[in-house]
Design a protein around this ligand. Structure first.
Ligand SMILES: Nc1ncnc2c1ncn2[C@@H]1O[C@H](COP(=O)(O)OP(=O)(O)OP(=O)(O)O)[C@@H](O)[C@H]1O
Ligand SMILES: [Mg+2]
Length: 242
């Protein structure tokens, strides 16, 4: 087992609130891990810390054994980690295709000005997530939630990540869209993609993960296979209060 992503004793405070309280976990290359916990547990904060969008107060975050903690977000992306957002965040003043092309650019939006747009590659990624060619020149504001989530995936895939952090990939989707996105994730998984997936839709999550990590109030609760974690008393307390 090769460890690709490691968090060790990570702490993040927002004022008096401890959003991440001494979290430690490892993810192996090719593994798919579900990060679960009730609202406000701190799941999204973990992703923001891994990406460098928030700065950890203490602890270590490593990718391929190399410390990320001091690196800017774009450098972390270059090292192979990328995320989707719980609330999709397309660039509103660009069409769908241009949004994907931003992910293909080596470093920054500035690069787009000096580099020929990689239309064909962006189109191929768009197709792979199930976006229709007809939607590629639309304004993201016109997309359905299902297509916005596909665009999040496309944007993220365009950075050619080794580890994908997926925040609520299924929220607001129809059963058909969930099936389509699950199929895509499984395909990428067969190709060796490493995932950390956050989802309130536990039933859709279950077949996609090798292992679950449960947290509540910023704190690790337990980890193991899905059934073991879901039958854990502390997890049941956190979710159901009894
Ligand atoms: N930028 C911020 N400033 C202040 N508090 C924040 C900030 N971001 C998150 N929090 C707080 O940190 C805690 C963890 O939030 P987080 O969004 O990580 O939880 P979550 O597990 O993703 O929840 P949900 O399931 O609702 O998405 C919450 O109490 C939240 O209000
Ligand atoms: Mg969240």
């Amino acid at each position: 087992m090769t460890v690709i992503l490691e968090l060790e004793h990570v702490v993040k405070r927002f004022g008096g609130l401890v959003a991440t309280n001494d979290m430690s976990f490892e993810v192996a290359k090719g593994e798919s891990v579900g990060l679960i916990g009730p609202n406000g547990a701190g799941k999204t904060t973990i992703f923001s810390l891994i990406m460098g969008e928030h700065k950890a107060d203490s602890g270590s975050i490593r990718l391929h054994g190399e410390e990320l903690t001091k690196l800017a977000t774009h450098k972390r992306i270059r090292r192979g980690v990328a995320r989707t957002y719980q609330v999709p965040r397309p660039f509103a003043d660009m069409d769908v295709l241009a949004n994907i092309e931003v992910g293909l650019m080596p470093d920054s939006i500035m690069a787009m000005i000096f580099t020929a747009p990689a239309d064909e590659e962006a189109r191929a990624i768009a197709r792979s997530v199930g976006l229709n060619d007809a939607d590629l020149h639309r304004d993201p504001a016109e997309l359905s939630m299902g297509d916005l989530r596909k665009l999040e995936l496309a944007r993220t895939l365009a950075t050619k990540p080794e580890v994908m952090l997926l925040d609520e990939v299924f929220a607001g989707l129809t059963a058909g869209e969930i099936e389509q996105i699950s199929g895509l994730l499984n395909e990428k998984r067969q190709e060796g993609m490493t995932y950390v997936i956050v989802s309130h839709d536990l039933r859709s999550l279950e077949p996609l993960i090798d292992r679950a990590i449960a947290m509540t109030q910023g704190t690790f609760v337990c980890q193991g296979d899905y059934a073991t974690v879901m039958s854990d008393e502390a997890v049941r307390m956190a979710y159901l209060g009894h």
